[in-house]
Design a protein around this ligand. Structure first.
Ligand code: ADA
Length: 567
C-alpha cells in the first residue's frame, strides 16, 4: 500500500509485498558469485520490513539479498520501490537494471518489451554507513536495513502519465487560484500513438488536448494558467482536498491536492493570512516491533495521539516519511516539516565539503521535492539538522540546498535546525530560524531559557535578522518510563513534565517565537555507540510502545490552553 487512495483504476498495479527469499552477505561476495542469477541459499523475510527485527540480525549492518518471483502479462513495466535502506542494486531475471542511493524516497525503473510470464526480481541492499554515506557513522537513531516500504509493478500501456505536479497562486482573499499543471507523458507502446489527454479537477475537466508521441517518447506538458473560483481552502481546521485525475485513452493517474498559503510577514508565519502558532512534536517513524517499516494502523494511532495532545504540526525528524503517512496528514490538517537525513552531529567539517555527500544530499532533496510536491500539509522543507553551521563548508552546502529548494520547492518555507545559535553563519539562507537547544537537560536549568532567548535576540538584531520568524525545533529532556523518586530529579517523569511545561509557557509568551517542536514524540532506538539507556533515546513524552509518560498530560494541558486562546 503506497497511498491512502487508489492512484490508478485503469493501470494495472501489482504489489509485491509479502514473503521474499532473503540471504545476508556478510563477506560481500554475492556479486562475484552472481547471486543475482539465483540465491544459493536463503531464509524468508517479510517485505516491507527491516531485517534488524529478524532473529539474529538485531545489529546487522552490511549487504543482504532479496529475491522473489512474480507473474506479469508483459510489455512495458514500471518497478516502483517506495523505500529501500539505504543503497541498492536491482536485477530482473539476472539482468542488472539499476542502482539507487538513499533510504527514504521512492525510486522506479521503466522496462520495455518484458515478456509475459514469471520473472525473478533480485535486490542487493546495503545499510553500511561510511564517510560518504547519509547518515554518517554516528546518528542518534538506528540506520536499519531492508526493503522498508512497498514494492510494486505497474503495467504501462499506450500514453501514460509518469509524473505530474501542481503549482498555484492564490488571490489575496484566497477565493481564486491560478493553477498550472505539469505532466510528463510517455508512450509505453512500440507504435506511434495519438491519444486524448485530460486533467480533471473534482468533477470538472479543466484541460483537454490530443497528444501524439512516437514509440518510447516522453513529452512534458505544462498547462497555461487556469483560473479556479470559489476555492475551498486547505487549513488545519478545514483540510479541504480536491481529487485530480490525469486521463489518457489508455491510462490514468489520480492524486489529491489542496490550496493554502504559507508565508512570513516580519517575524511571524502566516497560514492563509492568519498568524499561526506551531505546536508540534518531533517524530521518528520507528517502533520496537517494526523499526522504520512502520505499519499503517500504527501511523493512524500515532496521529490520533498527536491530535489528542493538541498538536497541529509534526516535524518528520530526520527523513522523508511514508507517503501514506503524509496523505493522512493532508486529510487531518496537520502541518508537516519534511527533511532529509543529514543529521549533523555525525558530520565532520570535511564531510560537509565532501563532493559525494553534498551531491547525495542534493539528490535527496530532488527526490523529496519530486514525490512530495503536491502535499498541502508540507509547509517546511528541512535542509539539514545540527550541522557545523559555523563553517564555510556548511555555508556552501546551505546556499546550494536553499537555492534549489526556493526555486523548485513550490509554495513552502525552507529551514534547517541549528544547535549553534551563538555562532551559526548560515541564517541568511533560511526563511525561518529554527533552533535546537537543551537548557535544563544537557546544560543550564529551566530558568536559563529566558536569558538564552534574550541574548539570542541581541545576536539576531546585530545581524539584522530579527525580522525572520523563529521556531524552537528541538528541546526537552529524558525520562525513563515508570521512573519516579521523591525528589524531582533528571530522568524522572516528573522532571521531564515540569521542564516541558515550563518551556512551552516561555515559548508561547515570547514574541520572537512562532512555535515549537518538542523533542520528542516517543522514545526510539538509538545508536549503541552513544551508550544510552536501553539503547533508546528516552526523551519521548510517550515510551517506545506509545504509553504516555507524565509529561504527556502536562504538554496536552499547555497545548489545549494555548489553542483555546486562539478561539
Ligand atoms: C539533537 C538531535 C536529535 C537528538 C537530540 C538529543 O538535537 O537533532 O536527533 O539526538 O539532539 O536527544 O540529544
Amino acid at each position: 500500500m503506497r497511498r491512502l487512495f487508489d492512484e490508478h483504476i485503469k493501470r494495472k498495479v501489482t504489489f509485491l509485498d509479502g514473503i521474499w527469499k532473503f540471504n545476508v552477505d556478510k563477506e560481500d561476495i554475492g556479486e562475484d558469485e552472481q547471486w543475482y542469477k539465483s540465491l544459493p541459499q536463503y531464509t524468508e523475510v517479510n517485505v516491507p520490513s527491516v531485517w534488524n527485527k529478524d532473529l539474529g540480525l538485531f545489529e546487522y549492518s552490511g549487504a543482504a539479498w532479496y529475491e522473489r518471483n512474480f507473474y506479469n502479462t508483459g510489455g512495458t513495466i514500471k518497478l516502483v520501490f517506495e523505500a529501500v535502506m539505504t543503497e541498492c542494486k536491482v536485477w530482473l531475471d539476472g539482468e542488472y537494471i539499476g542502482y539507487h542511493y538513499g533510504g527514504f524516497c521512492q525510486f522506479d525503473f521503466i522496462l520495455r518489451d518484458v515478456k509475459e510470464g514469471y520473472h525473478t526480481l533480485t535486490l542487493k541492499v546495503d545499510n553500511r554507513v561510511d564517510e560518504n554515506s547519509i547518515p554518517q557513522k554516528v546518528a542518534d537513531w538506528y540506520p536499519y536495513g531492508g526493503i522498508t516500504r512497498s514494492v510494486s509493478v505497474e503495467n504501462l500501456t499506450g500514453i501514460s502519465t509518469v509524473y505530474q505536479k501542481f503549482d498555484y497562486t492564490l488571490s489575496d482573499d484566497l477565493k481564486e487560484a491560478d493553477i498550472v499543471f505539469t505532466a510528463e507523458l510517455y508512450n509505453a507502446d512500440n507504435t506511434d500513438l495519438t491519444e486524448n489527454f485530460s486533467i480533471n479537477l473534482g468533477k470538472d475537466c479543466i484541460y483537454n488536448c490530443p497528444v501524439t508521441l512516437k514509440a518510447g517518447e516522453t513529452q512534458t506538458i505544462v498547462t497555461d494558467s487556469i483560473k479556479i473560483s470559489d476555492i475551498a481552502i486547505w487549513d488545519n481546521k478545514t483540510p479541504n482536498l480536491y481529487n485530480v485525475a490525469f486521463i489518457t485513452d489508455s491510462d490514468d493517474l489520480f492524486d489529491r491536492i489542496g490550496f493554502r498559503k504559507i508565508e512570513t510577514r516580519g517575524n511571524k508565519i502566516y497560514l492563509n493570512n492568519k498568524p499561526f502558532e506551531f505546536r508540534g512534536v518531533n517524530r521518528h517513524e520507528d517502533h520496537p516491533d517494526w523499526g522504520m517499516a512502520f505499519p499503517v494502523g500504527l501511523m493512524k494511532r500515532d496521529l490520533d495521539i498527536v491530535e489528542d495532545l493538541g498538536c497541529n504540526t509534526i516535524r518528520g525528524s530526520h527523513y522523508p516519511n511514508s507517503r501514506i503517512f503524509v496523505d493522512m496528514l493532508d486529510s487531518r490538517g496537520i502541518l508537516f516539516w519534511s527533511e532529509i537525513p543529514i543529521w549533523g552531529c555525525g558530520f565532520s567539517e570535511e564531510a560537509l565539503g565532501n563532493e559525494i555527500v553534498v551531491k547525495r544530499g542534493l539528490d535527496m532533496h530532488k527526490e523529496m521535492v519530486k514525490y512530495y510536491y503536491n502535499h498541502p500539509c508540507i509547509v517546511f522543507w528541512g535542509m539539514h539538522n545540527e550541522i557545523k553551521s559555523d563553517t564555510e563548508n556548511a555555508l556552501n552546502m546551505t546556499k546550494l540546498y536553499y537555492s534549489f529548494l526556493k526555486e523548485n520547492g513550490g509554495n513552502r518555507l525552507v529551514t534547517y535546525a541549528s544547535d549553534k545559535p551563538k555562532i551559526d553563519i548560515c541564517f541568511e539562507y533560511t526563511d525561518v530560524i529554527s533552533i535546537n537547544q537543551y537548557h535544563g537537560w544537557y546544560y543550564g536549568t529551566k530558568d536559563s531559557w529566558q536569558p538564552f532567548l534574550d541574548s539570542f535576540k541581541e545576536r539576531l538584531e546585530s545581524l539584522n535578522l530579527s525580522d525572520k520568524p523563529m521556531l524552537m525545533s528541538e528541546f526537552g529532556g529524558a525520562a525513563l518510563y515508570g521512573h519516579h523518586t521523591f525528589d524531582n530529579v533528571k530522568w524522572t517523569e516528573e522532571y521531564q513534565a515540569e521542564l516541558l511545561s515550563h518551556c512551552l509557557t516561555v515559548f508561547h509568551e515570547s514574541p520572537m517565537i512562532s512555535g515549537y517542536y518538542i523533542w520528542q514524540f516517543t522514545d526510539m532506538r538509538s545508536n549503541k555507540d552513544l551508550a544510552k539507556a536501553k539503547c533508546l533515546n528516552n526523551k519521548g513524552i510517550l515510551n517506545e510502545y506509545r504509553n504516555p509518560k507524565l509529561s504527556y498530560k502536562a504538554v496536552k494541558e499547555r497545548n489545549l490552553t494555548f489553542k483555546s486562546e486562539e478561539n
